[in-house]
Design a protein around this ligand. Sequence first.
Ligand code: AMP
Length: 185
Amino acid sequence: MRIILIGPPGAGKGTQAGRIVDSYRLAHLSTGDILRVAVEAKSDFGLLAEKYMLSGQFVPDNVIIDIISERLVSPDCQNGFLLDGFPRNLPQVSALDEMLQSNGTPLDVVIELRVPDQELYRRLSVRGRADDKNDVIRNRLSDYAKQTEPLLKHYDKQSLLKTIDGQGDVITIFERIKKTLDKFI
Ligand code: AMP
């Protein structure tokens, strides 16, 4: 199964992604996690990424696209994968479409986790990650609205989009996701 999980910061993507990849034995490709590991390791690209991440800005597309194109052809992705945090804008969507086409691995489904803004602010302000400061949260939510929401239209046109209510407890939300994903196995 090949899935994209889309949702604003604070929607619970990371938590649900973990459950999905365990249940369906998929590779978990989280660009945020990959970047945070690089930042921690203080690699050249980690140091570059850190500047953008701390201010809540997108890391440049070419960096992100290179990471993903390398990972998609690695052995652990051959039985399916879940993309979490990528693509995040239309140039990344085009790059992904090309990669998947040339690898002969079309997507099965795009899951959108939908949570109202008010609830996102509340969740993010108690999470306390380095990029969860108030003004940074505002940046990240407005980037999502401007850059990521158009993706939903793109995938809806391809009849790939399934929107899931991201409010409620973790288990209830996962049950909703499972109901959708079980149709693709
Ligand atoms: P996340 O954990 O997905 O919220 O990502 C944390 C941060 O990593 C974001 O605020 C961006 O700075 C950066 N990042 C993660 N994924 C991407 C992406 N696909 N494109 C650009 N920047 C990204």
